[in-house]
Design a protein around this ligand. Structure first.
Ligand SMILES: [Fe+2]
Ligand SMILES: [Fe+2]
Length: 514
């Protein structure tokens, strides 16, 4: 392919400049036109194309409001930039068109921490961070009828013996001994010790599930001493409701934990996923579904990274982080052009480790970001796909929750993710394995109730539903590493979850044994 000086600039930068020029000329750019320009950018003649597109648009009567794909392709053709330099799939020539190629993508970014992070880790930052969490969670409680009216800890302590109180508080410490859970709670004015014994088994079970730094609502009775006795514990919870569904039968494919560069990256299985997406593989119904896939999410750990855990170098096939992203790009580029790819980082990616993580930086992930049109966001992020609200979170804190709450097992990821929804928080406990950046805003609060909640990280796939929210752990595309063997961790990789956005049902295809 001919290289011009222009093509040495990053491709998305070229397209951004081109879009800017078109906007300045008073036209809007439709999504398909944007994609067509991305294709032409690969040939390196984008500046010429923009001039030609504007010539065509200005000559049209009536003058169009927006630039569409046809206009871009006509301009490209008149400059002899296609076919050949322009990829054919855009024109639909050479293969039977599939359903998802003919529908517009409806992607909306709801929340993304990228560009909004800036903690210095100073003591004051921690105060702001936890205060913001308390305020956000208090707002959630005040929206509920049963927890709308609250007092405070000071009132609870000043009442007489057996005096009852209701208040919102943060759990600053939790201890469990024999048949009793002791909670130290704080509401920014006063601190109290709250006892929960096992005489009420339900209450006791809820108390055992509480994590440090979590915000809860309590109904208490004052003891004859200085303690409060819990009579009711209310978690922030998500409401039981009907989720939003897409109006047409379109699908989202949920991927995470590719771990390109690992010695045990399941390359063959992953290549089968790509072949299936292209319509080259699968049973008739599986192919039919592939033809309706409009969105692909990649929920972190795209590459294996370097120095993530002790002796990782022995588990690596590609020891250079830049090369790992180049390898990853060769796979990402294969995802059919008409699908939207949404990418967030994980703890193995080359980006700040503290949550929330910003989008993957171009310095490392450039080859991936330039490999095709990609919506690159931070962790966690929220998007709407065909109107369906997705919460995308890599899942770094899932093992912390397993170690803090009795009864959880990483082999049952859906229960852990369900617990996050009940807590309305992705990683409450500070000081465990998951680093948390004390930002001005607590991005880990689940402010909005998602229709689909996706995580990865623990490499065990699974799906379920909780109060109207579809929960998916998208597993992994990496076999068991020596490190996981030493730690006794058994992954369940190679299983692809596919969400029908019209019904929110999750289909799976096993690409490892298939
Ligand atoms: Fe992973
Ligand atoms: Fe991970």
């Amino acid at each position: 392919m001919a290289q011009t000086q222009q093509s040495s600039r990053p491709m998305t930068e070229q397209v951004q400049k081109a879009v800017g020029t078109i906007l300045e000329a008073g036209f809007q750019v439709e999504a398909d036109a944007f994609k067509a320009m991305m294709e032409v950018a690969k040939g390196g003649d984008l500046d010429r194309l923009v001039i030609e597109v504007l010539k065509f648009s200005n000559a049209s009567t009536p003058r169009p409001i927006s630039i569409n794909k046809d206009l871009v392709l006509r301009a490209a053709k008149s400059l002899d930039l296609m076919p050949g330099t322009v990829a054919l799939p855009l024109t639909g020539l050479g293969h039977e068109r599939r359903f998802a190629e003919d529908i517009e993508s409806r992607l909306e970014i709801v929340s993304d921490p990228t560009g909004k992070l800036g903690t210095t880790g100073a003591f004051d930052d921690f105060l702001h961070y936890f205060r913001n969490r308390f305020d956000k969670m208090s707002t959630l409680f005040k929206q509920r009828l049963d927890t709308r009216s609250t007092g405070n800890i000071a009132d609870a302590l000043s009442g007489g013996t057996n005096g009852r109180a209701r208040f919102i508080c943060m759990v600053v410490d939790k201890r469990e001994k024999a048949e009793r859970v002791t909670l130290t709670v704080d509401d920014y004015d006063e601190e109290a010790v709250v006892l929960v014994d096992s005489s009420n088994q339900n209450l006791f079970r809820v108390a055992r599930g509480i994590m440090r730094d979590q915000v809860i609502f309590l109904e208490t009775r004052k003891s004859s001493g200085k303690f409060l006795i819990a009579e009711k514990i209310v978690l922030p919870e998500i409401p039981d409701r009907k989720p939003t569904r897409a109006k047409e039968e379109v699908y989202a494919v949920l991927i995470s934990d590719v771990h390109a560069g690992s010695r045990v990256f399941l390359e063959d299985a992953f290549k089968r996923v790509l072949a299936w997406l292209k319509g080259e593989l699968g049973e008739p119904n599986q192919r039919r579904i592939a033809g309706r896939v409009k969105y692909v999410t990649i929920c972190g750990d795209l590459v294996d990274g370097i120095g993530v855990y002790p002796r990782q170098e022995f588990d690596l096939a590609v020891k250079d982080i830049y090369e790992q992203y180049r390898v990853a790009a060769t796979f990402v580029r294969e995802i059919p052009e008409h699908m939207e790819v949404i990418l967030i980082p994980g703890n193995h990616d080359a980006v700040r480790q503290a949550l929330p993580q910003p989008a993957m930086p171009r310095d490392f992930a450039g080859p991936v970001l330039d490999s095709r049109n990609i919506v690159s966001l931070g962790d966690p992020a929220e998007v709407k796909l065909h109107g369906v609200h997705f919460l995308l979170y890599h899942g770094t804190s899932l093992m912390d929750i397993v170690s803090s709450v009795p009864g959880f097992d990483y082999q049952r990821p859906v229960e852990i993710m369900e617990h996050q929804l009940k807590m309305r928080h992705l990683a409450p406990e500070y000081g465990k394995q998951t680093p948390i950046g004390p930002e001005q805003e607590d991005w880990l609060v689940v402010d909005r109730v998602p229709d689909v909640f996706q995580s990865g990280h623990i490499h065990v796939s699974g799906s379920g539903a909780y109060r109207g929210t579809t929960i998916v752990n998208s597993g992994a595309w990496q076999g068991q590493t020596d490190y996981q063997k030493r730690m006794g961790l058994e992954p369940k990789p190679g299983i692809l979850p596919i969400v029908n956005l019209q019904t929110l049902q999750v289909h799976t295809i096993d690409f490892l044994s298939g």
